[in-house]
Design a protein. Structure first.
Length: 535
């Protein structure tokens, strides 16, 4: 029986040990002596021990005011210097309060008839082992039940985890390479947590936490024996070509996309992040939060649009100011996009801007054809806010023709491009675009998931303002031949959807043609400058 079904089946206090068992802890049924916490003038609260996690007990009370009694009992236990979980159940309204007698006494409320998804996710995070002792488990439980604003909490923990892992990475390495290598690993795992919420990591709701626990129990290394086979042998390999080790993970989709390919930093530096750092990252960061693939979801979950603030947060303040890197609010993105698209439609359709605005809101066939053919380039892409906004706006056009995921794949293949100097910005932009694709993907099983588009030929690391030869004026004429430009566009579209050996061959061809196009552009620029000199 799954967790939600267990909650629905609870009718009385005596059913609560079954909930404790469903969360993977030891069930009990033992009345607690009244004097345990009913002292002095305290209002008497009768409780029963319904479970045990190591040395941390689970107490349950029946109450008509469950929130009040859960908090009161949790406070009394905390004042005694003890840690515990407190369940308060109201059978008449079928409400259950789960509180932690630890810290600020965080708690959640569950309607057992129809549990809220975020409260259900908080409860699910109480599952697992009690390794680390009673205080460690109590702290994890308090985090799981905490109502602290998720954004602020997640940003702080992500930055702390990144710094700790970078400092603990073995071997001599430049600080920028340390930072980049660790950020690469963390973003991959972060992406997997988003996938887990889609149910695409096998049939287990806590696939990642269970695999980490299994790896540690066997004395294996998390990066070498778990993450590397998962990244490169499973998510980056079609199901038919997977090794026996990869097949052990179960039905996990082949995602392609470039995120799960060996990175140049990994080829240069073979150092693995130690187990103790990975364990702290899973326990202290990823397992503390809920994740959702829906942009803008603020119901206690980490959503993809938060990654922009993560990117800004992991940069040193001096570097952020020097590079002009600041998070762009969604409201500003929307206004800038509207202004650009309205101006484009007014110019292409020969109409006034008020009319273009109406045709943008409700596109007719002519306006839809113009918008379907545009090219959007963000020359300083940051964490991808403008490209995400453009993707959402363009995918809303022609919504009846195909599902949202298919529309977004087509737009990525034809319309969107980005450049940024910062490699982390490029990675996070790719991550958010991939998440936008999978958020609307209707696939129910791993076999139905289509490989993600390859974005490394569309979102590039570089400096779009760098002009070493001072050719800003001549650059207007410094374009490759039309034949090369057409060949580049066609080849990029092939690379985006390519998989396996054919992808590697196409990428080599693409790099060759890009080099040739650059030479042609420089030849044109040189001829222009020579002409100016002669004149």
């Amino acid at each position: 029986m799954d967790l939600e079904s267990t909650l629905r089946s609870i009718q009385s206090l005596s059913d609560l040990p079954r909930l404790v068992s469903a969360l993977g802890h030891e069930p009990r049924w033992e009345p607690v002596p009244a004097e345990a916490w009913n002292r002095g003038k305290h209002r008497a609260i009768e409780a029963t021990a319904v479970g045990q996690t190591g040395q941390v007990p689970w107490f349950a009370v029946q109450s008509r005011v469950p929130e009040r009694d859960a908090i009161t009992l949790a406070r009394r236990i905390s004042q005694l210097g003890k840690a515990s979980l407190v369940l308060a159940f109201d059978p008449s309204t079928r409400r259950l309060i789960v509180a932690a007698a630890f810290g600020r006494l965080p708690h959640i409320e569950l309607d057992l008839t129809s549990p809220d998804r975020d409260a259900l996710a908080s409860l699910a995070r109480l599952a697992g082992t009690h390794e680390g002792g009673p205080l460690a488990f109590a702290a994890r439980a308090a985090d799981a039940l905490s109502a602290e604003p998720v954004g602020r909490h997640f940003f702080r923990e992500f930055r702390t985890t990144l710094d700790r892992m970078a400092a603990g990475l073995p071997g001599p390495m430049h600080p920028d390479d340390r930072h980049g290598l660790v950020l690469l690993q963390l973003t991959r795992v972060l992406f997997l947590y988003f996938l887990q919420t889609k149910g695409w990591l096998g049939e287990r709701e806590r696939f990642l936490a269970e695999e980490v626990d299994r790896c540690l129990a066997r004395g294996r290394r998390i990066q070498r024996d778990l993450l590397r086979p998962l990244f490169f042998g499973t998510l980056n390999q079609p199901m038919m070509g997977r090794s026996r080790i990869a097949q052990r993970f179960g039905p996990i989709p082949f995602l392609n996309g470039g995120l799960f390919e060996p990175h140049p930093l990994e080829r240069r530096f073979r150092a693995d992040i130690p187990n103790v750092l990975w364990r702290d990252a899973f326990d202290g960061l990823f397992e503390r939060f809920h994740f959702t693939v829906a942009e803008g979801d603020r119901h206690g979950s980490v959503a993809p649009d938060m990654l922009g603030r993560v990117f800004e947060g992991v940069m040193a303040p001096d570097a952020r100011r020097a590079s002009g890197t600041f998070y762009t609010p969604a409201s500003l993105v929307e206004r800038v996009l509207d202004a650009a698209l309205i101006g484009l439609l007014a110019g292409r359709l020969g109409c006034s801007e008020p009319e273009a605005e109406l045709r943008l809101r409700n596109p007719d066939q002519e306006a839809a054809e113009v918008l379907a053919a545009i090219t959007v380039l963000d020359p300083a892409v940051g964490s991808g806010a403008f490209l995400l906004g453009a993707l959402d706006r363009l995918s809303a056009i022609g919504a009846a023709n195909c599902n949202a995921s298919a529309r977004k794949r087509r737009i990525l293949q034809h319309n969107l491009f980005g450049v940024d100097r910062n490699a982390a910005a490029v990675r996070l932009t790719e991550l958010r675009l991939w998440l936008a694709v999978i958020a609307d993907d209707p696939a129910d099983s791993a076999a139905d998931v289509s490989p993600l588009p390859n974005l490394d030929c569309l979102i590039r690391q570089g400096d779009s303002l760098f002009d070493p030869m001072g050719l800003e004026l001549a650059g207007m004429a410094a374009q490759p031949r039309a034949e090369s430009a057409a060949e580049l566009a066609a080849l990029r579209r092939e690379v985006i959807s390519a998989v396996g050996p054919s992808k590697r061959s196409l990428v080599r061809r693409l790099h060759s043609i890009e080099g040739r196009a650059l030479c042609e552009s420089l030849d044109v620029a040189e001829a222009r400058v020579r002409s100016d000199i002669a004149e």
